[in-house]
Ligand binder design. Structure first.
Ligand SMILES: [Zn+2]
Ligand SMILES: [Zn+2]
Length: 633
C-alpha cells in the first residue's frame, strides 16, 4: 500500500519540479519524504521545494543520488583545497541520511564565501550539500560520541527509518473518531511522567520517566492499553530530565522498536543523564533497570525535530514542538489530530518568565482544544521571588562570605540550574559587583555546559546577541575552572583563598558535593547556599531544616560532621513556573483551550490549580489520578 502511495507521490513530484531536474527515487524515511535527484544544484531555488512540501503536506529532504557523491575521505581533501585556510575548519561530519557534509569551522563566513560562492563550488566538486556550523567553544565529548555512534550505525538506522516511514504512511481503515489520554504516571505526583495519547488509529506515548526518589515505582506500562509495546507508533519526550525520559531505554528492553521524537539538545542531554543514572545506581548498589546497550538502542531510534516544525508521526497525528523555557531544548509537545479534528498539547515542565538562558514558554498555537499542564508550584501559596530578587540575594551572600575569606558551596543539578547560576556569577564578576574569584565546576556540570554552548540557537535572543555580536561568551569565562579529578578537588579544598564551588548533586545525596561539604562544614567562614528544591529524606533537606550535626558515611563507618558554616536558601532560580506564572500562562494562552488537565504536582497542588483555573477563567479542568483515562472527543 505504501508502494502505491509512493508511486503517486513520485509522479506528482516529477510534475512539480522543473524538467531539467532528474528525479531518481522517492522514499519515506521516518516522517520525511526523501527525493533523490541526480543534479540537486538545479534546485538551489528553495521556493520550489517549499511549495511542493506545502502541496504534499510532507517534510521534504532533497538528497543527491548516492552515485553522484564522492567518498567522504576524498570529499574532505577536496573541500580543504577549496576553502581558504583562515576559516579554520575543525571537523567534518558526513550525514548520509541527508546527503549533507557538515563543516565545523571557527569562521563560518569564510566557508560560505561571497554570496555563497564557495558553497556552490563545494557542492559541484563533491556532490554533498555543505552546511556550516560554528565550532563550539567548549568541546563536548558527549556530542562527539553520539555523532560518531550514529555514524557507525548509519546503515541500520536507514533501515529503521524506512520501516518507521512505511508505518507512518500506512493506509487508514478506521472510520470512528475519538481521542483520549490515559494517565500512566506523574499524575497527582512528581516523577515517572507518562501519558498515552490514543485515537482509533494511533498510540503515542508521551514521556516515560522514572521516579527519582523511589526507583521501584515505574509508570503503569503493563496495562492493556499500552501492551504490546510494539503497537505504539511513537514516543515523544518533552525534555531531558529523568522524571520525563529516565525509563525510555526500558521500552527497548521490553520490545518497543519505534521512534523517539525530541529536540536535538534533549537527545544529547538525555543520553548524558541516562548514562549517569545507571552508573550511580550501580555504584550505590541500587536496581539498575537497563544497561548501556539499551541506551544505545534508544539512541538509534531518535528522530530530532527543532521548534516549530510540523511533522507526521502517525497516519492521523502531527507533532510540533514549541519552546517551554525550562531547560535546554525543553519543549511543549503539540498534537494535531485527524484533519482538523482535535488539538492537544502537553506542556512538560515549563517556565513562564524569561530567564538568563531561555525565552519564556510559548503561549500561541495554531489551534488548541485541550492542554495538559504541570502543577509543581500549583498550590495557592506557591509564590517564588522574581529572578531579580533571587540574583541580588545570591550575590549579596556570596560577597559577604568572600569578604570574610570564606568559600561558598552551591550544591546543584548539572543541567539547567548550574548554567543559570554560572551566568549570574559571571555577569557580577564582569561588572565588578563581585570580587574576581575562581568558580569551580565539579561533577557533570562542565559537560552539560559544553552541550549548552553547542546549541546557541536554543538560548534566548539576549544571550545569542551577547555571544555573536559582542564577542562575550559567558560560559567560557576564565573564572570557570573545571574540577575533574580527586586530586584537583583536594587542591580546591586545601587552598586557603576564597572561592565559589558548584558541585553535584543538588540535594546533597551523593556526588562530589559531599566531599566539599564534609571539608567546609566545620568552618564558620564558609557558606552553603541552596538554590534548588530539597526533597524530604535528603541530607540537603535536613541541613535546610536546621540540623547542625549530621551523620556522614566515611569508609563504611558513620562520622558526625559539625555544621558551623552559614546555611542559606535562595528561592527563585527554579525552572518551573510558580503559582502566579502558571495562572498567567493560562490567561495568555491563544487560543483559549476548552479543557485543562493538571499533572506533575503533589495531589493538593494539582487539585488547587485545577479549581483556581476553573474559578478564574471558567475553563473546564480536571486533576486525574494515575490510570484514569479522559476522553476528549
Ligand atoms: Zn524538568
Ligand atoms: Zn519534571
Amino acid at each position: 500500500m505504501t508502494g502505491d502511495k509512493l508511486k503517486e507521490i513520485k509522479e506528482r513530484v516529477i510534475k512539480s519540479l522543473p524538467p531539467n531536474v532528474k528525479v531518481k527515487n522517492v522514499e519515506f524515511e521516518g516522517p520525511f519524504l526523501v527525493i533523490y535527484v541526480k543534479n540537486p544544484q538545479e534546485l538551489a531555488e528553495v521556493d520550489i521545494i517549499k511549495k511542493l512540501a506545502k502541496d504534499l503536506r510532507k517534510r521534504i529532504i532533497i538528497r543527491p543520488d548516492p552515485k553522484s557523491l564522492k567518498p567522504p575521505e576524498e570529499a574532505k581533501e577536496i573541500i580543504k583545497k577549496i576553502v581558504p585556510p583562515d576559516a579554520n575548519i575543525t571537523n567534518f561530519y558526513f550525514d548520509e541520511e541527508n546527503g549533507e557534509v557538515i563543516i565545523e569551522a571557527e569562521k563560518p563566513g569564510v566557508v560560505i564565501g561571497k554570496g555563497g560562492s564557495t558553497f556552490r563550488e563545494i557542492m559541484k566538486a563533491v556532490g554533498w550539500s555543505p552546511r556550516v556550523v560554528r565550532t563550539p567553544p567548549i568541546r563536548s565529548r558527549m556530542i562527539e560520541n553520539i555523532r560518531s555512534f550514529l555514524l557507525s550505525v548509519k546503515d541500520e538506522r536507514k533501515e529503521i527509518l524506512k520501516r518507521i516511514g512505511e508505518r507512518i504512511h500506512r493506509t487508514v481503515f478506521h472510520e470512528d473518531k475519538w481521542v483520549r489520554v490515559t494517565f500512566l504516571g506523574g499524575s497527582r505526583e512528581v516523577g515517572r511522567s507518562c501519558y498515552l495519547l490514543q485515537t482509533p488509529e494511533s498510540k503515542i506515548l508521551v514521556e516515560c520517566g522514572v521516579n527519582v526518589s523511589n526507583i521501584h515505582q515505574s509508570p503503569y506500562l503493563y496495562v492493556p492499553e499500552v501492551q504490546p509495546l510494539d503497537e505504539i507508533d511513537a514516543v515523544v519526550i518533552t525534555h531531558a530530565h529523568l522524571d520525563h525520559c529516565g525509563l525510555v531505554p526500558l521500552l527497548y528492553k521490553y520490545g518497543y522498536k519505534g521512534p523517539i521524537y525530541l529536540t536535538p539538545p534533549t537527545r544529547d542531554l538525555m543520553v548524558l543523564l541516562q548514562i549517569d543514572f545507571i552508573e550511580v545506581a550501580e555504584r550505590e548498589g541500587n536496581v539498575v533497570p537497563y544497561s548501556s546497550q539499551h541506551i544505545r538502542e534508544a539512541l538509534k531510534h531518535t528522530i530530532t525535530l527543532d521548534y516549530g516544525v510540523v511533522t507526521d508521526i502517525s497516519p492521523d497525528v502531527r507533532l510540533t514542538f514549541y519552546n517551554a523555557g525550562h531547560i535546554l531544548g525543553s519543549a511543549i509537545a503539540h498534537f494535531h489530530i485527524g484533519d482538523g479534528l482535535y488539538n492537544v498539547a502537553f506542556t512538560g515542565d515549563f517556565k513562564f518568565e524569561r530567564t538568563r538562558l531561555f525565552d519564556k514558554a510559548e503561549t500561541h498555537f495554531p489551534r488548541l482544544e485541550a492542554l495538559i499542564m504541570e502543577a509543581t508550584y500549583g498550590g495557592s501559596q506557591d509564590f517564588q521571588p522574581t529572578r531579580k530578587e533571587a540574583e541580588e540575594k545570591l550575590i549579596a551572600i556570596v560577597n559577604e562570605t568572600i569578604k570574610k575569606g570564606g568559600k561558598v558551596l552551591i550544591p546543584t543539578f548539572a543541567v539547567g540550574r548550574s548554567q543559570e547560576v554560572m551566568l549570574v556569577l559571571e555577569e557580577a564578576i564582569r561588572n565588578e559587583k563581585l570580587e574576581d574569584v575562581p568558580v569551580y565546576l565539579d561533577g557533570m556540570i562542565y559537560e552539560a555546559t559544553a552541550i549548552h554552548t553547542a546549541y546557541p540557537e536554543y538560548l534566548n535572543a539576549h544571550l545569542r546577541d551577547l555571544i555573536f555580536h559582542h564577542g562575550i561568551n559567558p560560559f567560557i569565562s576564565e573564572n570557570f575552572v573545571r574540577v575533574d579529578s580527586p586530586s584537583k578537588r583536594q587542591e580546591v579544598i586545601d587552598d586557603s583563598s576564597p572561592s565559589i564551588i558548584l558541585a553535584t548533586s543538588g540535594m546533597l545525596n551523593g556526588g562530589p558535593v559531599m566531599e566539599y561539604f564534609k571539608a567546609l562544614a566545620p568552618d564558620e567562614k564558609n557558606t552553603l547556599i541552596f538554590v534548588g528544591y530539597q526533597a524530604e529524606g535528603t541530607l540537603g533537606r535536613r541541613i535546610q531544616k536546621g540540623w547542625r550535626e549530621v551523620p556522614f558515611p566515611v569508609d563504611g563507618r558513620r562520622e558526625v560532621v559539625k555544621v558551623n558554616m552559614r546555611v542559606e536558601t535562595v528561592d527563585g532560580f527554579s525552572g518551573h513556573s510558580d503559582r502566579r506564572q502558571l495562572m498567567n500562562y493560562v490567561k495568555y494562552l491563544h487560543p483559549r483551550p476548552e479543557k485543562i488537565i493538571t499533572v506533575h504536582g503533589d495531589e493538593g497542588k494539582c487539585i488547587d490549580l485545577a479549581s483556581s483555573i476553573y474559578k478564574t477563567y471558567r475553563i473546564e479542568t480536571r486533576a486525574p489520578m494515575n490510570l484514569e483515562t479522559i476522553r476528549f472527543i
